[in-house]
Design a protein around this ligand. Structure first.
Ligand SMILES: [Zn+2]
Length: 186
């Protein structure tokens, strides 16, 4: 959505990501569905929520999913905040998830900017720390009030005709969703 290039995925390959968690029981519900469908995803966790729900962080890890970070408190001002503040948000988010994991490991070096509100200085800082910025090719829009059914199909419909890409969903705000038969039925 923000960059000229995406990763060279195979046709019909969709990378599913969930932002803004963990928030039981919704994140637990998402994990149950992913397990049922034998699907692995990447979760971009908020540090503050990881501190509130460390068991949920470990649940995501133990289920075999990838964990990245999504700042400490999810401010929607990354494009205009001071670099010092951005550094705090990035580093405290990572520290919080690391603490929640509790096994001496940390999250994957993947970061998604809240609201995708990127800034050159922030990206330079992330690069200096060998942290990879993740955007998205399309949004599931499952955080909207009317998307309960539409969001189920968004990863398929939005990605046509290539039917591949990075899909961004929300863990915390979405209503419980079901897998799309087009994506998961084969
Ligand atoms: Zn977010």
């Amino acid at each position: 959505m923000q960059y000229h290039e995406s990763l060279p995925l195979e046709d019909h390959e969709v990378v599913i990501t969930f932002d803004d968690g963990p928030l039981p029981p919704r994140s637990t519900h998402v994990l149950d569905i992913l397990e049922h469908e034998c699907v692995k995803a990447t979760f971009f966790l908020i540090g503050k929520m990881a501190r509130n729900f460390p068991d949920a962080v470990r649940h995501i890890r133990d289920a075999g999913h990838t964990i990245g970070t999504h700042s400490y408190s999810h401010p929607l001002t990354f494009h205009r905040m001071s670099l010092e503040r951005a550094q705090f948000e990035i580093n405290e988010g990572i520290a919080s998830v690391t603490s929640a994991l509790g096994d001496g490991t940390g999250p994957a070096p993947f970061f998604r900017v809240p609201g995708l509100l990127r800034a050159d200085g922030v990206e330079r800082y992330l690069a200096s720390r060998n942290l990879q910025v993740w955007s998205a090719d399309f949004l599931a829009d499952d955080w909207t009030r009317t998307a309960r059914r539409r969001c189920i199909r968004a990863p398929c419909s939005a990605s046509r005709p290539t039917t591949k890409g990075f899909c961004c969903s929300m863990t915390s705000r979405s209503k419980p969703w079901k897998p799309c038969p087009t994506c998961c039925g084969s």
